[in-house]
Unconditional design. Structure first.
Length: 485
């Protein structure tokens, strides 16, 4: 049976569904279904994998197995009013439904705008209102992580009350702001490029800048994220910290030592009682104990950073590349094979294998460049450029070596193809911005975040309708399919 025959019944059901639902409500329904699937599917997959792992290890095999109650809780939770699916439906549906009365209103007011400008302005305002209301809906849900007991003095004595903090929707807002900025900067650059190309004045530097923009965004974003992961992991989501630690395969004691060097708790040439931090590592990796003593080893030998891979920085980098590549390949291959099952063929199998190899090489290079960048600063280039005095060694291990690794690691993105660079850079940019902003802030300032989200979402949605090619990557494809009438 051919692939087209297999697909046709699903296509017919989709058309039948479109006929039964009014066209005005179709974007709302599609948005809700997509939001529900995207919010529940990862949690269901995690629950399933955890359950299978426990059954394999004969853990929690009891009549009151929590699997089914947890399954129902996840399915029911996605249906709650203040959850992501309702937010998606309110945003998309509101932007579509508000447009009609606003269009009539502006027409009656007789604005001096042209017909096309009036349509754009109406869409922008309609989406702005829908985005404001939908985000307020999400923000209205209370969260224990953003609630704190505050004690204060009153004439009647000390009292305690609960204080709510804002910031729960910050990641969503930064995602919208990043995409809006990408649209606006991309449009300005496109116009400038067309104008200079027509005039024949486009320089080679500008051409190179155009090609490397996504890579530079990714590199800068990753530098901020990796810096935060080393020195202030509380600025990153817990799942993000856990995944990076798993990929980097780093000894927690090394991170502890780096943080204490950064904040002055460990000082070269000064006895601060912190030698035990790295000496425990030295014992476990069969290294001399004095390698971990900041009084006797100035600086700590790179062999400690290599964690058992020997004294050679280059050998450590090569071994990191191999181990990281294998780890990444074992992660990417099953995912890509699962995706290829939607349309199984030899060609899709080859594409899955090629994509897995490329992505594994990218991630392996990322980890390798991060570690080798640290070694370059500590051993290869740092002493030549700055010197090897105690103060310079302290300066190097207090942040410069990590800055070197962070700066180098992101350029591994050049191993990915152009489309993947786009998607990955736009994926990590909001998370990088989040490291520069507080995760919680006073509730009185929440209107600023809501304003930023509403204006950004209005810009993105209007552009999807007017200039769909300007909304790049997977998001553009998803929004075009959801907003299609």
């Amino acid at each position: 049976m051919s692939g087209s025959t297999l697909i046709r019944p699903q296509h017919d059901r989709s058309r039948l569904l479109d006929k039964t639902i009014p066209s005005l409500l179709q974007p709302l329904i599609r948005a809700y279904v997509l939001g529900y699937a995207s919010s529940t599917a990862p949690r269901l997959l995690t629950l399933l994998l955890t359950h299978l792992s426990r059954r394999r290890k004969n853990i929690d095999i009891r009549p009151n197995d929590p699997f089914f109650p947890s399954l129902l809780a996840i399915l029911r939770g996605g249906l709650e009013l203040q959850r992501f699916p309702t937010f998606c439906a309110a945003l998309v549906g509101g932007s579509t439904l508000f447009e009609i009365p606003l269009r009539n209103l502006f027409f009656q007011l007789g604005t001096r705008l042209t017909s096309s400008a009036r349509f754009r302005f109406t869409r922008w305002v309609a989406t702005f209102v829908a985005a404001w209301l939908s985000l307020k809906l999400l923000q209205s849900k209370k969260s224990e992580a953003f609630t704190e007991c505050v004690t204060y003095d009153t004439p009647d004595g000390r009292q305690t009350r609960l204080k709510q903090f804002a910031g729960r929707t910050m990641d969503l807002t930064l995602f919208a702001v990043t995409r809006a900025l990408d649209i606006m900067v991309g449009e300005l650059w496109s116009r400038r490029k067309l104008r200079k190309t027509a005039a024949g004045t486009l320089t080679s530097v500008e051409k190179l800048t155009s090609r490397l923009t996504d890579s530079a965004i990714f590199s800068i974003s990753c530098a901020l994220i990796m810096w935060a992961w080393v020195y202030s992991p509380d600025r990153l989501p817990h799942s993000y910290v856990k995944w990076i630690k798993s990929a980097a395969a780093v000894d927690e004691r090394l991170l502890t030592a780096l943080r204490r060097m950064r904040y002055g708790e460990i000082k070269y040439g000064v006895e601060t009682g912190q030698a035990h931090v790295l000496q425990g590592m030295c014992k476990d990796y069969d290294l001399p104990l004095n390698y971990g003593d900041p009084v006797k080893s100035i600086p700590f030998p790179c062999e400690v950073v290599h964690m058992g891979s020997g004294p050679s920085c280059e050998y450590h980098a090569a071994s990191r590349m191999l181990r990281s590549f294998i780890w990444a390949f074992m992660t990417y291959l099953p995912l890509n094979l699962a995706i290829s099952l939607r349309n199984p063929s030899l060609r899709s199998l080859k594409r899955a294998l090629k994509s897995s190899l490329r992505s594994s090489a990218f991630l392996g290079s990322f980890i390798t460049l991060f570690y080798y960048g640290i070694c370059l600063a500590r051993t290869r280039l740092g002493p030549r450029l700055l010197g090897s005095s105690t103060s310079k060694c302290q300066q190097m291990d207090s942040g410069l070596c990590i800055a070197s690794g962070c700066s180098l690691s992101g350029w591994s993105i050049l191993l990915e193809n152009g489309g993947r660079r786009q998607d990955i850079s736009l994926f990590v940019a909001p998370r990088a911005l989040a490291t520069l902003l507080p995760r919680r802030y006073p509730m009185e300032s929440q209107w600023r975040e809501t304003l930023a989200f509403a204006a950004s979402a209005a810009t993105v949605f209007t552009c999807v309708k007017e200039r769909p090619e300007r909304v790049r990557g997977v998001l553009g494809k998803v929004l075009r399919s959801v907003l299609a009438a």
